[in-house]
Design a protein around this ligand. Sequence first.
Ligand code: ASP
Length: 894
Amino acid sequence: MTFVPLLGLVLLACVAGANENSLRVVALLSPENGLLQETAFNHAVQHMNNDLRHTDILEKEIRKVESFDSFSTGMITCDLTSKGVAGIFGPHSPSSTGIVRSICETLEIPHVLTTWDPYGLPSQYTNNLYPDPQVLSQALAEVVRQMRWRTYTILYQDDSALVRLQGVLQNTNPGDNPIIVRQLDPNKDYRPTLKEIKKSSETKIILDCDPEDILDILRAADSVNMMDEYCSYFITSLDGHTVDYSEFRDTGPNITTMRLLDPSSRMVQHVVRDWIDAEARDGNELDITPETLKTETALMYDAVLLYTEAVVLLNTSEHILQEPLECRQPGRWRKGLDISNFMRLRQVQGLTGLIVLDANGRRTSFSVDAIEYTFEGFQKIGEWNPIDGYISTRTHEELDSQISTSLSKKLMIVTSREGAPYLSIRNQTDPPTLFGNDRYEGFSIDLIDEISRILKFKYEFRLVADNEYGNFDPKTGEWNGLLGELLKRRADLAICDLTITYKREKVVDFTMPFMNLGISILYRRTEKGETNLFSFLDPFSFDVWIYLVTATLGISAVLFITSRTTPYEWDNPHPCTSDPEELENNFTLVNCLWFSMGSILGAGCDILPRAVSTRMVAGWWWFFALIVVASYTANLAAFLTVAKMEAPLKGVDDLAKQNKIKYGTYKSGSTAAFFQNSNVSSYQRIWAVMVQTRPEVFTKGNAEGVDRVKKEKGDYAFFMESTSIEYQMERDCDLVKVGGELDSKGYGIAMPPESPYRTKMNEAILQLQEAGKLKMLKNRWWKEKGGGACDDEAKDEPEDSNKLGLSNVGGVFLVLFFGCLASFIVAVLEMLWNCRKIAVQEKISPLEALKSELKFAVRCSVDTKPVSKKPETEDNEETEGASFMQLQMNFDKA
Ligand code: ASP
């Protein structure tokens, strides 16, 4: 299609369509407006003239002006007015707009603009259909706010962009991350600026430039690896959607922009179709689609539409005709102000939505769509208008399916480090037969495999060169290890025993934890007991031993007193003498002691009690002995079998209090960082000791720490994460976890900051957790593959072999005490009964009998007791009875 035939066609149309009542409207177009602006103007006028309500109402003319030549633009305008003109459309360039505006104002000719005009002063005769710069700036700011970017860089082309971006610049609060604002190179060498942005790890960019330059800038960004899925661009141009971004579709950067017109609207589609058909009829091929229709082109059409509607409205009340007016002579067109005012009153539905102008002729009320580039082209994600603000129109499902689609097309680069059981390198044959991911095995591989099955992505494992987890080096200002890989965008995921920490979370994204753990102490058990000659004392605590000795002495005393109290322990020392002078008591103090010791040691005793009370004492004592001996035996067995080994440490406090056993940790991991940054005084002390200890107690990895614990046989303890300790304990029974966990944290899969895949990854981890797969995987790599070596052995400090304290055996002491009390009461009753008998026999009062018995009982050194004689008058029967009883007793004794 060429410009010359079209211009000829336009002139022909002007002549053909003109009649004496037509109003002459002129479009001032500059070369950069392109052909489509002309097409829009022509077709709009033609469309209006064809309308039955106002046939041939307009007579059109197009004049070419140079963008930056305001003088010649002024001359052309004066030339036009001298011939009579009813409306001037344009020009496009702000530098030549001023002169046209002032001529129109002087001669009172309606002036219509369709361009962004940030510096234009309000005029009664100028109406601008382009969204008002202030309001548009608010819309941009709101869309940027909705995207919730933590930091971003603004890249702009010329200074006027700052007016458009003022809302965005005001968006930030004092506490927010600073925004970087950079101007693009006027010589169009964009790479150096983009390289610097890349170096600063910035991934969010607001790009304000001519739509024609967008692709060049993005290609330059691509050349410095800034066009991957972790990079986001917000393009401020309202024509951003007309650019073809398909070359970046596979790398997947997030491109968001705004548009004033909706290509899917019936009006836009219909008008564009009409233009194409009309041009085709004239043998021209029009390269346009609703998607590539530019805002200013559509606005030119809308401007003619609004102007015509205003003229029609005015024409119905009075006849309008343009008048020739000279710039250098005073004069004005009386209808000009009316048409301009009617344009502000009238509301029409145009290609760019409902056109409403305010009293100053500015378009402050409009609606824009926020759109995002996806695999299927641009998709609307929200809309903004000054009344309702931003309304998100993207559903969760849409976002979800968008991410799923992008995941399914993606090869995820997974960075990891060597370290069993998370990842180990498989043994290879020579020549090697394993390639790609098959070269590795471990928990991490299996976990990513499970996740990839759920999310349907492909993955490739790559080992990080420095084998580090991720630490910030203040000297270089960079992160190393796995985190460095993510931040340099060399990987999409990082997985291993990578602890989620606050510092790391600030620079990368973590999934929810797939494993929970805490810092603990790895130590080697030491052989115990060989040097301890008195380990037989271990089953009972010291208290219990003391109580036991006291009980033995006590029971002897109780037995002694009871036996003296009861009359039935007094016995005839000479069984052959039927009528003894005195009775003897076998339970002397020494015998009582012998009896109680013999019983508790299981040896028995040749002296046995005969009275109910003394037998009760003996019974309770034997019961006590049974329980104590059984408890001792059981606990001794536990001590000798289970507790063959023990750690001299009980926890971190024991470690901190001593200086014989050295302790250390992996020097550049989160465990070291925990001690280094801790506010707890004992942990601070531990850190200080670790730093000062020579030779160095820090290790280059956990494996080195484990080796050191094994080799230094109890002289070195290693702070390590509980999961790794468990893994080691499954394989080496000499290793033990000492004490509890010092903190509580988790391992997560790390991703580059603001990764679009985080939610999906979290969902997959949750699914695996709920299905019990995470547990199963842990079981497989901890226990099944080489674990379980110590299943038969006690792994922790044997709880059962703890010494029995008073709290364990106190009950049996109580039973003994109350038993003795009961026995003593029985002994007293026996004594009272005997006193009564003596009182009857000796014809004395019971009190006197009791007194004499008591007096005798408390004389502990006396072991014999005179037999009380019956008075002579005593009845024979009674004497016979007594001697029979005595005989019986002697017989029992024999
Ligand atoms: N898992 C730790 C890390 O991510 C390493 C350690 O300190 O044991 O840094």
